[in-house]
Design a protein around this ligand. Structure first.
Ligand SMILES: Cc1cc2nc3c(=O)[nH]c(=O)nc-3n(C[C@H](O)[C@H](O)[C@H](O)COP(=O)(O)O)c2cc1C
Length: 399
């Protein structure tokens, strides 16, 4: 395993300013720490009216900086040294006040001082009343700040503390984490690679309300698409029904229902792609004649099925790397090897769906990876880790 989690060991400054949304930043700090980051929180004076310093120091295991004076670390000058070491500065929540001061470079708080002193990217998550956010001043300040190292996330539309439903809510911590990963991904080993990932189980209609599908959650495909995005690839995810309706920044989503639709979308993209990873569970067969009207109970006696296209097999473009998945309940190695050959893949990832805590719907997978001259049996692991191992291998086939 050569690839490390993109957040691990990164020095992240988390600036917290005076908004009710500051409580969400405790959760953000927790997410970052869980991903292995070294998180240094800097709080504005007014943020202390909303959340306590101890929550952040307890969560991050670092002293919290709350002002220029009264050094909290053994560094030369706290905010300058931290700014130099930082891999990113995240300001969440960012008040209208702090955004204005950032735009003008008014450095009366160490949050702004560290932004001025860093060469790292800056991510700003505004949070404020909807009218404030729409104001001419805030709009102008945000426009002024946007450049190739300053990014914004949100705000989202939703119920604000004032009770109205407007655009002003701080992005959720998970979205901010995702955006941080996206920013880090901008210089990685898949940078010039255009990839297609398929995910989820296709649905083959019987009538307007019933369909044939399978147990695929799409988690493996999502993990691969996210890993590709993190490593700089331009990713399109062609998916059917995923376990969770979510959109990850930097991934193009194409939603389909049937195997035939998946094939069409893949072939629309394939000429322009370097890599395809088919993690979707594509139904092998479909109902021969789909009923236009809902069938009555006693009308359903037999379902006549026909074969769906074998999409992976039908891709015969020469300069594309093909990675397939084989979900098997018996003779895993033999069956996966047979698919590796018949579908003419560079890599076949096989997994035994009868294994406990592995495969369909689980966050983990126990896989074997088949290549021309190599078979590797991997232990049970997180799908997110497996995704990077697959990419480490697939990279070797990209020209
Ligand atoms: C209850 C309350 C909630 C507030 N929420 C926000 C907010 O969400 N966004 C904002 O821009 N200002 C908000 N403010 C105003 C800021 O706290 C104020 O402008 C402060 O000076 C910001 O300072 P800072 O940017 O240094 O943290 C709020 C004030 C109060 C009393």
């Amino acid at each position: 395993m050569t690839y490390k989690n993109i957040i691990k060991n990164k020095n992240i400054i988390l600036g917290v300013t005076g908004s009710i949304a500051a409580y969400k930043s405790i959760f953000l700090a927790s997410l970052l720490v869980k991903e292995g980051a070294n998180v240094q929180v800097i709080m504005s004076q007014s943020s202390k009216e909303f959340v306590g310093e101890s929550s952040f120091s307890g969560m991050t295991h670092n002293s919290v900086i709350t002002g220029y004076y009264g050094e909290k670390t053994n560094l030369n000058i706290d905010h300058i040294e931290l700014a130099k070491k930082a891999d990113i500065i995240v300001i969440a929540p960012a008040t209208a006040n702090t955004i204005a001061k950032l735009a003008l470079g008014i450095s009366d708080s160490p949050i702004i001082g560290s932004v001025l002193a860093t060469s790292a990217p800056i991510l700003i998550a505004p949070a404020m009343d909807g009218e404030m956010y729409k104001s001419k001043q805030v709009t102008e300040n945000i426009t002024k700040l946007l450049d190739d190292k300053t990014f914004f996330t949100g705000p989202a539309k939703g119920r604000l503390a004032s009770g109205i439903n407007e655009k002003g809510r701080m992005s959720e911590p998970e979205e901010i984490l995702d955006k941080i990963k996206y920013i880090f991904s901008k210089k990685n080993d898949y940078k010039n690679v255009k990839s297609i990932v398929t995910a989820g189980g296709t649905r083959e209609a019987i009538d307007p309300v019933r369909f044939i599908t399978n147990k695929s959650s799409g988690k493996m495909g999502i993990a691969i698409a996210e890993a590709l995005r993190d490593r700089g690839s331009n990713v399109t995810m062609i998916h059917s029904n995923l376990y969770k309706n979510h959109k990850i920044e930097g991934i193009d989503y194409v939603k389909i229902q049937t195997a035939e639709e998946m094939k069409t979308e893949i072939f629309n993209k394939i000429e322009d792609s370097d890599l395809i990873i088919m993690a979707a569970a594509v139904a092998d067969f479909r109902v021969k004649t789909i009923n236009r009207n809902k069938l009555k109970k006693d009308q359903i006696t037999n379902l006549y099925l026909e074969k769906n296209p074998d999409i992976l097999k039908s891709i015969n473009k020469s300069n594309i790397v093909k990675v397939g998945f084989a979900a098997e309940s018996e003779n895993l190695l033999e069956n996966a090897k047979e698919k590796f050959i018949s579908k003419n893949c560079n890599i076949m990832v096989g997994n035994d769906i009868t294994e406990e805590n592995s495969g369909f719907g689980s966050d983990q997978n126990k896989a074997i990876i088949i290549e021309k001259n190599n078979v590797e049996k991997l232990p049970l692991m997180e799908k997110t880790t497996l995704a990077h191992i697959i990419l480490d291998k697939a990279k070797n086939y990209l020209s």
